[in-house]
Design a protein around this ligand. Structure first.
Ligand code: ATP
Ligand code: MG
Length: 411
């Protein structure tokens, strides 16, 4: 099958120009270059894909450098891995040497050897991700599909390439369900059987790799579908018995999508995902997955605040009181609690803080207070807080009123 005309339609002109240059270079260097993996799959499905992977039978670094010299594409190299990234507008082209992999033991990182495109396709996770398109001038657009990935795409099936696939690398269990739910596909029956058989192999995977897959799941359009299915299969419980992917999660994730800016949505999902956990369970989870500092602060704050929000369940609270209860919490933790709380009063108070109160400032700065004769140090802090509360509660509404109050507070 030749896909040259589909590629023309699928990719924008500037990326096609880059591919044409790559093709010419391949010819001159006598190396074969292929588009591989997700981009081939997405081309058939008609989905956008901005991260093109290229496999090169030869030195990917040198190759990418040559291409960067003759095009305007931006180049970033990773000499340690022998890989390079070219960028053109919104598109990135990841270039890597075609390689084979062997697994010394389950879950270990594989030993890598330079190889042909056939070895490179065999190391891949599923047939739908194990297709390549040649970019060589004499075979430009030819499809390589040794595992019938196109047929599986047409039939909507996720299929592993060999029976040891999940035990070699159990992160593929999470990947299989992610693709199954993203595309509305089914696991091919033997693949489904192997997946269930190998769930215990998740114990061989490092926390970092599990976290990485969980992050990918939380970047999906409907992560709750993936989590529900992982929970039905017993996969989530295998990772950590406290984790749930139930209807509650689904309802809250849906609310989160309606509220939040997309850039922070996956962190907000994370907060909602751990919301049902106890503080102790959460600590264990943070440690297990080696969650980085900023996110772990949001997750810890989510649970701390969860234990404090009953204090907000009084309809007639002063705004200053709401502010000083909440101002030290991470804003994602506040959003998560606003979404998770069943009390409409608590919800309103949290929303009021997020949309209004957190932006309210005093008219006077610390410097101006000093000029009014208020001494530096803890006193000044106290005066500022009193002024701020008065402002929040609507007791002062102009700079003059605030000055008057400040002078009355002078020690
Ligand atoms: P997505 O749209 O989710 O990014 P993708 O196919 O681009 O899908 P990546 O995680 O970016 O997925 O990986 C790129 C390619 O590398 C995949 O298409 C797959 O062929 C291969 N791959 C990634 N992870 C694994 C793995 N754990 N085992 C085998 N092959 C993998
Ligand atoms: Mg990708």
């Amino acid at each position: 099958m030749n896909l040259a005309s589909q590629i023309e339609q699928y990719l924008p002109a500037e990326v096609l120009k880059l591919l044409a240059n790559i093709s010419t270079q391949a010819n001159q260097l006598g190396q074969k270059v292929y588009l591989v993996g997700g981009v081939v799959r997405d081309l058939f499905l008609g989905y956008p894909n901005f991260d093109l992977d290229l496999a090169i039978e030869g030195d990917a670094l040198k190759f990418a450098q040559r291409v960067a010299e003759i095009t305007q594409a931006k180049l970033v190299t990773h000499p340690r891995f022998g890989t390079a990234k070219l960028s053109q507008g919104n598109f990135t082209l990841d270039m890597a040497m075609a390689r084979g992999e062997t697994y010394a033991k389950p879950g270990a990182l594989p030993a890598v050897t330079p190889g042909r495109i056939s070895n490179d396709l065999f190391r891949r996770d599923f047939s739908i991700n194990a297709m390549a398109i040649s970019l060589a001038p004499d075979s430009y657009g030819e499809l390589l599909d040794p595992y019938q990935g196109k047929s599986d795409l047409d039939r909507g099936l996720i299929r592993v390439l060999h029976p040891k696939s999940f035990s070699d690398d159990a992160t593929r269990i999470l990947r299989a369900i992610r693709y199954e739910q993203r595309f509305g596909f089914k696991l091919e029956p033997e693949t489904a059987w192997l997946l269930k058989r190998d769930i215990a192999m998740l114990d061989t995977i490092s926390g970092n790799r599990i976290r990485h897959e969980l992050e990918s799941i939380l970047r999906e359009r409907y992560p709750e579908h993936v989590l529900r299915r992982l929970s039905e299969l017993g996969v989530l419980q295998r990772i950590n018995p406290s984790l749930k992917g139930n209807g509650w999660i689904a309802e809250k994730f849906d609310k989160a999508r309606q509220l939040n800016k997309p850039s922070q949505l996956s962190s907000l999902y994370f907060c909602l995902f751990i919301y049902p956990l106890s503080g102790k369970e959460n600590e264990q989870f943070l440690h297990q997955l080696n969650i980085p500092g900023k996110l772990s602060r949001s997750l810890r704050d989510t649970l701390c605040l969860k234990s404090q929000v009953p204090l907000l369940d009084k309809p007639s609270m002063k705004h200053g009181e709401i502010y000083y209860l909440l101002h030290e919490y991470d804003s994602l933790a506040i959003q998560a609690n606003a979404i998770a709380s069943e009390s409409s009063t608590i919800h309103c108070h949290l929303q009021l803080f997020l949309t209004k109160l957190r932006y309210v400032k005093t008219f006077l700065s610390g410097e101006e207070l000093k000029k009014l004769g208020i001494p530096e140090g803890p006193e000044l802090g106290k005066v500022l807080e009193t002024l701020h509360k008065a402002r929040l509660d609507g007791e002062v509404n102009t700079k003059a009123e605030e000055e008057k109050l400040a002078l009355s507070l002078k020690p």
